[in-house]
Design a binder for this molecule. Structure first.
Ligand code: ZN
Ligand code: ZN
Length: 764
């Protein structure tokens, strides 16, 4: 029937004449032998052997050379084998050509269900699901394999709806086997997976190892609708525990699940059980366990490092270290656990695994976020290895540039992007906008944006975020009015954050109110947090509190932090206490609630209450995030911690700082001692404030004025947390005294201090 469908034959794409060159076969004299039936049989056998061995081109050449082509009744098995091989190697073009060959040479025969199943499988595996479906729909009769082939095709392409619809249809025709179950479990949500689980139990497939493994993965992947975080992973554990037989895949699925759900210690302990039970392990096991280490040893890095070392030994012993995924995971684990960069870098070079641009990019990614300087160093090494960066490498390196905040580096990478021919790439354009903005060069961001040939939503959002970061709300609103693509939730966040940084309350309210009505975007948690921030900072804390109580969802820690920050700014002790309590409840390890409350009590003169908070904080193992600042002097990035503990020139810096403080006091600098966290002596408090990391960085820059880059009248400092009120006032006065522009990028935005003023107008 199929063979007699000319429409179908016509619908096959035309393939260029003879795609396959005829190969010579020393092993076979078949081509020279006389033309008899045994010859055809011999060829078919040979073709099947070749294609089973993976020599698909040779197999096809030989098969097409048979003249006349053996008719379908004899060649079904051969066609099936060849379709199967095409499916395995993803050879869509060759498979289609073979299909055409079969139809054109067998006009009087219909292919059997068996052959059509192989065809469906081939088209589905090669990603042409539309055609696979067409074949399936036209089959006069189908069997279990026909259904399963198409279902697994949908599953592989992630078409969850089609997949489960077909699975339900299947139930009316035949009883699904474990492969159909496995496929349907790999896509779809929790509710659907739960139903499939029940069905598997009902028809007696609950004990199947394949179904069990797929269930574990499904429960690990899907979150149940009740929103409880552990409910579904517990179900995965239950499936795992109750499995009669388990294989390596079962263990790997469970370990990967724990890792995915950030239950690192469970992943590690399951691995040690696996190891002591003598189950063995493979690449996937090692990668999952290594990726779990930093999560599970967050509090005791040295134990984590020891554990990492043991896994390193295991991976050498098993030779799995030669596999790039394992090597990359090892380097990442060492680096996450605080291992030295040089050791990690050497490890990567010494593992002996094959290194290409993909693996290099992987390793650069490992460092890009927390050690951007090292990521850039690795990027420079690429040339020595004779490798050319691709667009992924560039995008990750630009991310590192954004973190490092040094314009010169972003500029150098930009020129390489252009040289490599990626100048018009939208993704890299977006990354450049972001990087330049984070380096303080908003004009270069705008230039990249203006010159982009293709702008997508992310480009607009990146530019809006750049304006927000620099507190340029008017420019952001103007750009928004010119936007020619539909905004999304990130667009609104960028706009709200711009309004918040500029104190434009009414504009912020207008945008928030128009979200749903004008743009059809439902306000999410982060939109509410931004709105609370806008209202709160402007002193409208009661309105902010009302907004929180009207939220359709439970407010999260970001929302409460925003309220808390506003209350501190405006001395609203009662409301602050409420927010701090909520914050402690949601994130017991977050220091913010404690620090802010202590500061509020201090500024109100209630030192005993502040002391209570401090003790409470010590008792609950919460540590304050240490303030860090970075500055680039003479091609090196220098890091300063509050108090200057880490810097070798600490003494000299402190002496110079005291000198500067004296000068500034003469100009009216009064230390804001009320902000200090502790109930300590007044003088000590001053000392602590004096030694905030950005002040140390500023003084260090003054001491090395000759080595400053480019424009010597600008000092650029990067800070990991928000700048405090005292340092803000200090920088303003210092910019005036030194006749210098001081730029501080804190965790929130840029501050440009010039002539005794800041670009934020003291609103941050
Ligand atoms: Zn400070
Ligand atoms: Zn400022």
């Amino acid at each position: 029937m199929l063979a007699r469908t000319p429409a179908l034959l016509m619908s096959l794409p035309k393939i260029r004449a003879w795609d396959f060159t005829l190969r010579t076969f020393t092993s076979s004299s078949l081509l020279q032998s006389s033309s008899t039936a045994p010859k055809a049989n011999g060829i078919l056998n040979e073709v099947r052997i070749l294609s089973t061995c993976g020599c698909i081109d040779e197999a096809l050449s030989l098969f097409f050379s048979a003249s006349p082509p053996p008719p379908l009744p004899y060649s079904q098995q051969t066609y099936a084998t060849l379709f199967h091989a095409c499916a395995r190697h993803g050879y869509l073009q060759k498979g289609m050509y073979l299909h055409q060959h079969m139809l054109s040479h067998n006009r009087s025969y219909s292919p059997s269900v068996f052959v059509t199943n192989h065809l469906i499988n081939m088209y589905a595996k090669c990603g042409d699901l539309k055609y696979a479906r067409q074949l399936f729909d036209q089959m006069p009769e189908r069997n279990l394999v026909s259904w399963t082939a198409l279902i697994s095709g949908y599953a592989q392409q992630g078409q969850a709806c089609e997949c489960s619809r077909l699975f339900s249809d299947m139930l009316m025709h035949c009883r699904p086997n474990e492969f159909a179950f496995t496929s349907v479990l790999t896509c779809g949500d929790y509710e659907h997976g739960k139903q499939v689980h029940a069905l598997a139990l009902k028809i007696g497939l609950g004990a199947s190892i394949y179904v069990g493994n797929a269930l574990i993965s499904m429960y690990c992947r899907c979150y149940n609708s009740s929103g409880s975080d552990s409910g579904d992973i517990d179900e995965a554990s239950t499936v795992f525990e109750t499995m009669e037989f388990r294989n390596l895949v079962s263990w790997n699925a469970m370990i990967a699940g724990f890792q995915l759900r950030k239950l690192g210690s469970k992943a590690v302990s399951l691995f040690s059980q696996m190891h002591s039970d003598g189950i063995g392990f493979d690449r996937a096991t090692l990668v999952s366990v290594l990726s779990s280490l930093s999560e599970s040893y967050n509090d005791s890095l040295h134990v984590g490092l020891k554990c990492c070392f043991l896994l390193h030994c295991l991976s050498i012993k098993s030779a799995l270290v030669l596999q790039i995924e394992v090597a990359t995971a090892l380097v990442k684990a060492y680096s996450d656990l605080g291992g030295e960069f040089t050791d990690c870098h050497r490890l990567f070079l010494e593992t002996g695994c094959f290194r290409d641009i993909v693996s290099w990019t992987g390793i650069i990614t490992t460092f890009a976020e927390r050690q951007p300087e090292e990521a850039l160093f690795l990027f420079c090494q690429l040339h020595r290895e004779g490798l050319a960066p691709d667009r992924y490498t560039f995008s990750i390196v630009l991310k590192a540039c954004a973190g490092l905040g040094i314009e010169r580096h972003a500029y150098a990478v930009h020129s390489q992007v252009i040289k490599a021919g990626f100048g018009v790439d939208a993704v890299l354009g977006n990354a450049l906008i972001h990087a330049y903005a984070r380096c303080g060069s908003i004009s270069l961001s705008k230039k990249v944006f203006d010159e982009m040939r293709f702008r997508n939503l992310v480009s607009w959002n990146s530019m809006l975020k750049a304006y927000a970061l620099h507190g340029q709300a008017k420019e952001a609103l103007h750009l928004f009015s010119e936007m020619n693509v539909h905004p999304d939730s990130a667009t609104i966040i960028a706009l709200l954050s711009a309004c918040s940084h500029a104190g434009m309350v009414e504009e912020g309210i207008k945008i928030f109110d128009s979200m749903l009505d004008t743009h059809g975007i439902f306000p999410q948690l982060d939109h509410y947090a931004s709105m609370v921030d806008i209202l709160g900072r402007a002193g409208r804390v009661v309105e902010a509190k009302v907004l929180i109580s009207e939220m359709p969802m439970e407010p999260d820690s970001v929302v409460w932090s925003a309220l808390l920050g506003s209350c501190r700014k405006h001395g609203e002790t009662q409301l602050a206490k409420l927010a701090a309590d909520k914050l402690k409840e949601l994130e017991p390890r977050n220091s913010l609630g404690y620090v802010q409350m202590s500061n509020i009590y201090c500024s109100g003169g209630s030192y005993s209450e502040a002391g209570v908070i401090r003790k409470e904080m010590e008792g609950s193992r919460v540590r304050k995030e240490p303030g860090l600042s970075w500055i680039e002097i003479g091609n090196r990035v220098h890091e300063f911690a509050s108090g200057g503990r880490r810097h070798p020139q600490r003494e000299a810096i402190c002496t110079r700082l005291n000198l500067l403080i004296g000068q500034l006091k003469g100009r009216g600098y009064v230390p804001e001692t009320s902000l200090a966290l502790h109930d300590i002596e007044e003088e000590h408090k001053e000392e602590q404030l004096y030694h905030h990391s950005e002040k140390l960085a500023l003084v260090f820059a003054m001491m090395n004025e000759g080595s400053l880059h480019h424009d010597r009248s600008v000092i650029k400092i990067i800070k990991n947390i928000r700048i405090c009120v005292d340092c803000h006032g200090f920088m303003k006065l210092a910019s005036d005294l030194l006749h210098m522009e001081i730029v501080v990028r804190d965790s929130n935005r840029f501050h440009q201090f010039k002539n005794g003023m800041c670009s934020c107008n003291d609103y941050w």
